[in-house]
Design a protein around this ligand. Structure first.
Ligand code: SF4
Ligand code: FES
Length: 246
């Protein structure tokens, strides 16, 4: 495949940035999108240029690092996949592909396609955990009976990988799908009840302080989420928030 790539290049947070054109030949349809980016970077380095900075780690849909906006969609045109799981067979020979960073005021660009998503870490630190007694008499988790329905819903919420596609996709840059998933995974389990009220109040407060927008129920986040996190989690977070506020 022969491709024209229009890639966002930005040397640093204070640089204005611009789309730069690259031609790439010999791309296999079986390559992953990141392998195609590696191939491009080798070409750029061989020509004496500065390679395109982009985030990646696991390359198997687990870590949530590979944040790219491809042809106007977070993680590109496929559904239920991250950028590292996207294959070049989703594109046509001769196609022009636009590649940009996730754009949101709370995710400032560090360089090229790399954005700072530490706002998500700070939201997690505000309450996305349960405190466990590790004094030696810790109860085995399996000793607490949990209904299959609740266990499955909690597991579904826990599959959120914190990639930020929901924020990048939302016209309001809302983080409510992410925070809803993180609140829900504990709200559905008995182990999460002790700190439930503090958790939701503190996480929502931190979310607001980080400058994320509000949810207006467009549902775009659910469509673009690579893990299929349901809007139901936002509704559950709102109920938990109301309960904790009262
Ligand atoms: S809710 Fe989905 S899109 Fe948002 S951070 Fe989690 S996995 Fe990514
Ligand atoms: S590199 Fe880990 S999810 Fe893509």
């Amino acid at each position: 495949m022969k491709l024209t790539l229009k890639i966002w290049r930005q040397s640093g947070a204070n640089d204005k940035g611009a789309l730069v054109d690259y031609q790439l030949d010999g791309v296999s349809p079986d390559m992953s999108f990141l392998e195609m980016m590696d191939m491009l970077n080798e070409q750029i380095i061989n020509e004496g240029g500065e390679p395109v900075a982009f985030d990646h780690d696991c390359r198997e849909g687990i870590c949530g690092m590979c944040s790219m906006y491809i042809n106007g969609e977070a993680h590109g045109p496929d559904r239920g996949v991250t950028t590292c799981q996207l294959h070049m067979r989703m594109f046509k020979d001769g196609e022009t592909i636009y590649i940009e960073p996730f754009r949101a005021a709370s995710f400032p660009v560090i360089k090229d396609l790399v954005v700072d998503r530490s706002a998500f870490d700070r939201i997690q630190h505000a309450g996305g955990y349960i405190s466990v007694n590790t004094s030696g008499n810790t109860q085995d988790a399996n000793a607490t009976p949990i209904s299959k329905i609740d266990a499955d819903k909690a597991m579904d919420a826990a599959t959120c990988i914190g990639c930020g596609a929901c924020v990048a996709t939302c016209k309001n840059s809302s983080a409510m799908l992410f925070v809803g998933a993180k609140v829900s995974q504990y709200a559905l389990l008995p182990q999460g009840q002790v700190e439930a009220a503090d958790r939701v109040l503190n996480m929502v407060k931190q979310m607001d302080e980080e400058g994320f927008g509000n949810c207006t129920n467009t549902g775009a986040c659910e469509v673009e989420c690579p893990k299929g996190i349901s809007l139901e989690n936002i509704a559950r977070m709102n109920r938990e928030f109301l309960k904790a506020s009262i």
